[in-house]
Design a binder for this molecule. Sequence first.
Ligand code: HEC
Length: 255
Amino acid sequence: MSSHCLSNAAFRFLARVAYPLSISKQWSSLFGSCSLQFLVAILSEPDVYRFNFILDRAAFTISRMRPSRFPVFLLGLIIGLIIVPLSVYCYFRFGFAPVTTGAAAMPFEKTFAKMGLHARMDKEYPRTAPIPGNDENYTAGAHLYREHCAFCHGAAGQPATSVAKGMYPEPPQLLDPNHMVTDDPAGETYWKVSNGIRLTGMPSFHESLSPTQMWQVSLTLANADKLPPTVNAILHQPLPKDQPAAGSAVGSSGR
Ligand code: HEC
């Protein structure tokens, strides 16, 4: 939060003061347009306005430039190209990158993660389910959910487990009406269950569940807001307290 405000303030300062100054001193136009602006863009949250601003300014600078300024422009470009990777390196090398689950997201982390996930998933997720959404499949899906998913994604109406609270990113509580995936096609959930989501803790299940089982749990989640009462009853059962893994249900009941 505070680093976000800081980067906003830094951006405003550069946009309003430093950049116009660098324009008026033509020799630094390259430095101004390439290095500083890119640096600030990278250090701050993504924002369409910001990108447009940078592109506009860059185009404006180039259009106003006298031919004799081009070598300076090129120099600035080269400095900019060195500064960006160097600052990314320093960000990691000197311990500024968030590495704990409690730390805030890295700049652009969510944007790029979402962009990459959706670009890939939208190409690949199956558009139609090979099995129908009926009581039998929802019941099977509910049991599978409790066994394989609930210790991260929660039981209906129950508080999040200690595992769920401590993860980054936090697993959405998929039976909480605010986090349900009922707007997503079941095929999207199937794709996530089958492939997992890298670097998030969301496992891939294609080696432990059959395609039918993955469809059953996906259909159950896609219809989580309109399941029959018998299925809801299964999903509402409290979880064994902070049970780390479903497999231990058999062995851990005695202790
Ligand atoms: C070890 C913890 C863990 C387990 C077990 C787990 N998940 Fe996840 N899952 C996550 C995390 C963390 C995310 C968030 C990923 C992200 O932010 O991109 C996630 C994301 C998802 C999403 C995307 C939600 C959304 O809002 O887009 C779906 C759907 C999902 N999981 C379904 C399942 C199903 C079904 C199972 C069981 C078969 C399961 N998960 C098991 C941790 C887990």
